[in-house]
Design a protein around this ligand. Structure first.
Ligand code: HEC
Length: 184
């Protein structure tokens, strides 16, 4: 839509040239009425577009679910992650991702017991990409004990299980993770 300008009437915002011409040249009521109708219509359209934008902005990508307050994930991801965790991780990392009691002490072979993932150990030092890599590759190539889940879990399950153990992180830890570039 072009803005119409004219020496005598000045500029008219956002009127299509045909209607602007009618408005600028004709003095009869009908042409003014047309302009009003057009403006009213434009306003109604604008309101609809505004509603649509607000609706889209309030939604999560994909399934229309909002994110958990201040976090990158939605509640449905945490729920799926809980299931994935119970089936694949709980045996080593423990209930509620609290890890093993002696995770700080090396085993006789130099490897370490499964650490907590609930925000009390080091998991929050790793950005999302590294957490995913640990899940994909495990720790065995680095002399550790964790098995690889690359082929055992789907991509959305890997992200979901991360969101699950992150749901135990206090805001303080989560925000520190974000400011270290956690979403990278
Ligand atoms: C057989 C036991 C075992 C299983 C099963 C296991 N882990 Fe681990 N995990 C470990 C150990 C042990 C480590 C420490 C590094 C190593 O030895 O590989 C670890 C490390 C990690 C780390 C890095 C933590 C840090 O502080 O750097 C993450 C993240 C992790 N595991 C997530 C998971 C997830 C998610 C699952 C389930 C999909 C899982 N693990 C399943 C044993 C396990």
């Amino acid at each position: 839509m072009k803005t119409g300008c004219n020496k005598t009437t000045g500029c008219n915002y956002a009127l299509p040239p045909s209607i602007f011409k009618q408005y600028a040249t004709g003095n009869n009521l009908k042409s003014v009425r047309n302009v009003i109708t057009f403006e009213e219509q434009a306003m109604k359209n604008g309101i609809w577009i505004l509603c649509l934008c607000v609706w889209i902005a309030g939604c999560d990508q994909g399934n229309g679910e909002p994110k958990v307050n201040g976090r990158w994930y939605a509640q449905s991801q945490v729920n799926l992650g809980k299931k994935v965790y119970a089936e694949n991780c709980i045996g080593c990392h423990g209930g509620n991702a609290r890890g093993t009691f002696s995770w700080r002490n090396a085993n006789p072979d130099g490897s370490y017991p499964p650490p907590p993932l609930n925000g009390t150990a080091h998991a929050w030092h790793h950005p999302l990409g590294v957490l995913k890599k640990v899940i994909n590759e495990g720790g065995i190539p680095m002399g550790g004990k964790m098995p690889a889940f690359n082929d055992k879990l789907k991509d959305d399950e890997k992200l979901a299980v991360i969101s699950y153990f992150q749901s135990f992180w206090p805001d303080e830890i989560y925000n520190a993770w974000i400011s270290r570039g956690g979403l990278n």
